[in-house]
Design a protein around this ligand. Structure first.
Ligand code: F6P
Length: 463
């Protein structure tokens, strides 16, 4: 049996009983790895001394081998905090204004990819199938091929692929494109991402899509496809059912239970449009006097990537904005914006999603956005809330029952919130059913199976 090797920057480690950490993707990948005697390789999350030689620490848990490496501070600064999160992340989210190009960081990014290839090569067996995840590791297949690896290698991009003119602002965009052509399958969330990728190849004069789901570029033929990631729909639905019956949890929510709750849940990231959302919520309150004192925005926003300057600046800006709205509009017994910088457990989140009448998911750009899907899965089928969703999230291409909004336009967002709050029950049920049917059919297990079966098919055709 061919083993499955997953490689990603972060590795979600199992708990002491060998159970995967919560989260749809970790659970689905763990299930696939378990079936295939699998191995998951990545960064340990720890920093090592510059002079310590690189090494892999392996451990077995729940039928899976984990192979982890510490990274030196310089590697982390240049690869993760640097090129990955100060160039690729902003550019792929169309924020050219936030990208900081430093030659040294670009070479740090390639150095860490070479390190991953060096560490992985000795572990590989002839039939292993390798699945590489996300923008941190675009060059990994090319590095493995240079070391003689002939295994099938797939790549899935968890963030959007930008339009050509935006990608071309990255000084080494051509090496990124060439790097992707070393894979046997390259997967994106949406058809829009795939067509942007193809447009980049065409404009560069180095390749194009060809019939049958293939791409020919840099002299290689490889598969390309669309694999919209999803959630463990059944699990999330049942978490929300349990939360609705959990008296202790309901008691926790008591203080906000009497209000119309509009919920936002995002990592603190400029791509999520959190400040635009708070501004829109203020407009909504100002335009709808009767909502004053009755509606609140519960914005749950764990801090993220705090070593990257743009993220640090944003922490201050969003906190100040939330404070200003509360100062301007709040009263002694009503706080309009509940802004919380903590991450909550999944059962608690599921319960809050169910309680909220509106799920406000308004990223400026997002590969998929699983909060949108979780919000839908958590709803009460007989009295569901309404999803207000940015048209620039990948999820908007699937969740047709959402009220779509332009996150750059606060007035239209304010209007959408009011429209969601007054939407009649039968209309809400109809919209929710359509979205839930999609999520039941296309859950995260289906995403994983679809990608892996496409990668298996790539075996004989891509060489
Ligand atoms: O959406 C891309 C992604 O890398 C996810 O895979 C991850 O959960 C999230 O961003 C957070 O990223 P980081 O690992 O930088 O905290």
């Amino acid at each position: 049996m061919a083993r499955l090797i997953v490689v990603s920057n972060r590795v979600p480690l199992p708990d002491e009983h060998g159970s995967p950490p919560p989260g749809g993707m970790a659970i689905a990948l763990n299930a696939a790895l378990k079936k295939k005697d699998g191995l998951w390789m990545g960064w340990s999350g720890e920093v090592k001394g510059e002079e310590e030689p690189p090494a892999l620490i392996t451990r077995e848990a729940g039928g899976i081998t984990y192979a982890l490496t510490d990274l030196a501070q310089k590697d982390l600064d240049e690869y993760y905090n640097g090129f990955a999160n100060r160039v690729l992340w902003p550019i792929f989210h169309c924020r050219v204004d936030l990208a900081e190009y430093a030659r040294q960081e670009m070479s740090g990014y390639y150095r860490v990819n070479r390190l991953f290839a060096d560490l992985l090569m000795p572990l590989l067996q002839e039939d292993d199938v390798i699945w590489v995840h996300d923008y941190h590791l675009i060059p990994l297949a090319e590095e493995l091929r240079r070391r003689g690896c002939r295994n099938r290698i797939g790549f899935f991009l968890h963030i959007p692929w930008p339009p050509a003119d935006i990608l071309f602002t990255v000084p080494i965009y051509d090496t990124l494109l060439r790097g992707l052509s070393s894979y046997d399958l390259v997967g994106f969330h949406t058809g829009y991402d795939l067509s942007n990728f193809a447009e980049c190849l065409r404009r560069e004069g180095c390749g194009d899509l060809v019939e049958g789901g293939f791409c020919r570029a840099y002299g290689r033929l490889f598969r390309c496809g669309v694999f919209p990631i999803s959630i463990d729909t059944a699990e999330f639905e049942s978490l929300a059912d349990q939360a609705a019956r959990d008296e202790a949890l309901q008691e926790n929510y008591r203080r906000i239970a009497g209000y119309d709750v509009v919920i936002g849940v995002d990592r603190l990231d400029y791509s999520k449009g959190i400040d635009q959302r708070i501004v829109a919520f203020r407009r909504f309150l100002q335009a709808n006097d009767h909502r004053i004192g009755k509606t609140l925005l519960l914005q749950i926003t764990p801090k993220s990537r705090s070593e990257v300057p743009e993220y640090l600046a944003m922490q201050k800006d969003v906190a100040e904005l939330a404070g200003r709205v509360n100062g301007d509009l709040g009263t002694i017994d009503w706080v309009p914006v509940h802004y919380i910088n903590q991450s909550l457990g999944r059962p608690e989140l599921a319960g809050l999603y169910r309680m909220a009448r509106v799920g406000l998911v308004t990223p400026l750009r997002d590969g998929m956005n699983l909060v949108a899907k979780e919000y839908v899965a958590a709803q009460n089928p007989h009295d569901p809330g309404v999803l207000v969703l940015s048209r620039f999230a990948g999820a908007a291409r699937e969740l047709e029952g959402a009220v779509l909004v332009n996150p750059y336009d606060p007035e239209s967002m304010a209007h959408a919130i009011e429209r969601a709050l007054v939407m009649p029950q039968d209309a809400r049920i109809e919209r929710w059913r359509a979205m839930m049917a999609r999520l039941r059919e296309h859950d995260v297990y289906r995403w994983c199976d679809d990608f892996l079966s496409c990668l298996h098919q790539a075996q004989n055709t891509a060489r």
